[in-house]
Design a protein around this ligand. Structure first.
Ligand code: NAP
Length: 281
């Protein structure tokens, strides 16, 4: 039987509607500042989509476009200004940054309680120790999609393909927190299929089109495709969707799977950041 397609758009819509009515009733609105450096077309699309969604849920959103040649010092100064702005509860610096700027330094210049991307070492450390404060939105989206299927994560074999600090590693840690048995594959893994075939839950986050083929997937598995790749002008994931859907139990499409939920999780994180600010954390 072909897999059930997990409709990320529909799930995101429900979350965003909930957020919208919550924000409507608030006197002070959650505020997000988005910083975009340079003119990377993919980043421009992601940023515009986040800005549009945030305005739709009636939050306060300000966008800062900086020239690709901006100095590290000027960027640091902007982050400091945003850290000190009480209207701004969440700060997002869109990655990747131009080569002359130290990404780690900039990311970690954001105050942890305003770090709605959950990328600072402090927030990743909290995640590692099981005391999550603000977790990376994409990893939260992956967990949300898995949970939307109603399957029990505890005791399942989960395989994550990709080990970046912003997607693969946080997803693996969150699955571990939910008592899955987790394996992480990467570009140096020998015979990835040997691992993926054992996965009840398979998360693909490598950024390689059609990396996951039907032969690599266990029958009935939940397959979450995080990848965003441009092939001949089309957006595709890391999973060979047409063939894998014939064997998986559940599968996310690209586009329309992880992407929309990631934005919804970012909005949730901003609301949480606002609550943290109120508590003086
Ligand atoms: P990244 O930093 O480039 O990391 C990619 C990871 O995949 C690395 O750990 C790499 O291994 C591994 N990898 C690469 N080729 C592989 C292969 N052939 N076999 C096994 N592993 C391989 O990328 P990222 O930021 O984590 O993003 C991953 C994908 O998710 C990208 O397509 C990105 O566009 C997408 N993404 C989507 C969303 C969303 O909202 N939907 C959000 C963020 C990212 P090594 O560590 O050994 O190099």
């Amino acid at each position: 039987m072909p897999a059930k397609i997990i409709d990320g758009k529909k799930i995101a819509e429900k979350i965003l509607n909930g957020l919208k009515s919550k924000i409507k009733s608030m006197k002070e609105k959650p505020g997000l500042a988005i910083v975009l450096v340079g003119d990377n077309p993919a980043s421009e699309i992601y940023v515009s989509s986040k800005e549009k969604t945030f305005k739709e849920v009636e939050g306060y959103c300000e966008r800062h476009n900086l020239d690709k040649d901006v100095s590290e010092m000027d960027l640091l100064n902007l982050v400091t200004k945003l850290n000190n702005n009480p209207k701004v509860h969440g700060i997002l610096v869109q990655l990747p940054l131009p080569k002359h700027i130290n990404e780690h330094l900039i990311t970690n210049s954001i105050l942890p309680h305003k770090d709605v991307d959950g990328f600072t070492s402090v927030n990743l450390g909290h995640l590692m120790s099981g005391n999550t404060i603000l977790a990376p939105a994409t990893a939260r989206a992956v967990l949300n999609l898995i949970e939307s299927t109603g399957i029990e994560i505890e005791g399942k074999n989960a395989v994550v393909v990709g080990r970046s600090n912003i997607v693969g590693k946080p997803v693996a840690i969150m699955l571990l927190e939910k008592n899955a048995t987790v394996a992480v594959c990467h570009s140096k893994t020998k015979n990835i299929a040997e691992h993926t075939k054992k996965a009840d839950i398979l998360v693909a986050a490598a950024g390689k089109p059609k990396l996951i083929t039907r032969e690599m997937v266990k029958e009935g598995a939940v397959v979450i495709d995080v990848g965003i790749n441009r092939v001949n002008g089309k957006i595709v994931g890391d999973v060979d969707f047409e063939n894998v859907k014939e064997i998986a139990g559940y599968i996310t499409p690209v586009p329309g799977g992880v992407g929309p939920i990631t934005i919804a999780m970012l909005m949730e994180n901003t609301l949480k950041a606002m609550e943290l600010a109120k508590k003086g954390i």
